[in-house]
Design a protein around this ligand. Structure first.
Ligand code: SF4
Length: 189
């Protein structure tokens, strides 16, 4: 995730955007629940979105056992240098790769070049993901789907970046509103 001062620039206008299904309220998370995010819903309001859950597209169910990438990141998984295990120690790599490829197919078919994906997930996470110890620790790297999309030129944001972007926009809009009101009050014509 970016440093606190980093400015996030989301596209002003997007026609077609990919979103993690759990962020818009679909119950596809490992615990059978969703991760609905009000900032993401606000950002995509009025935009055509295609939502995907790579892990379910790969053949897993919800609920399912939690999974994390062991000894590497999504890029290493795609290269065959790391695996994804679930909390029972089972190798579930093939589900993650199948899901990522399916998402890439959808992206290409729909001409998508921008995605908002769930932070820290072994599939959807960008920049930082759970570290493979199931202890809540994080490590650098993308999830498997995020890595594949990035390799194919898709720009990715997570919900935390969307929130920062919209909060900053709210402040700017409020400042603009105040300036407009003051300006209107001072006018003599
Ligand atoms: S983070 Fe990605 S893989 Fe996990 S539930 Fe959400 S959409 Fe599915």
């Amino acid at each position: 995730m970016c440093g606190v001062r980093k400015q996030i620039h989301l596209p002003v206008r997007v026609d077609n955007i990919l979103v993690s299904s759990c962020l818009i309220g679909k119950k596809c998370s490992y615990d059978g629940n969703h991760r609905r995010n009000r900032w993401v819903l606000e950002f995509i309001s009025g935009i055509k979105v295609i939502d995907v859950c790579p892990e379910m597209l790969g053949g897993l169910t919800s609920p399912r056992f939690r999974s994390e990438i062991k000894d590497g990141d999504g890029k290493a998984v795609l290269a065959g240098d790391a695996i994804v295990i679930n909390e029972r120690g089972e190798d579930v790599t093939s589900f993650f790769i199948t899901g990522a490829n399916e998402v890439l197919r959808i992206v290409k078919e729909n001409g998508i070049n921008c995605a908002i994906l769930k932070a820290r997930s072994p599939s959807c996470g960008k920049d930082k993901i759970y570290d493979g110890t199931f202890s809540g620790g994080l490590k650098k790297g993308d999830g498997v789907t995020a890595a594949l999309l990035r390799l194919n030129g898709v720009t990715i944001y997570d919900e935390e970046e969307v929130e920062k972007f919209l909060r900053r926009k709210e402040v700017k809009d409020a400042q603009f509103q105040r300036l407009s009101e003051n300006g209107a009050g001072n006018r003599e014509d």
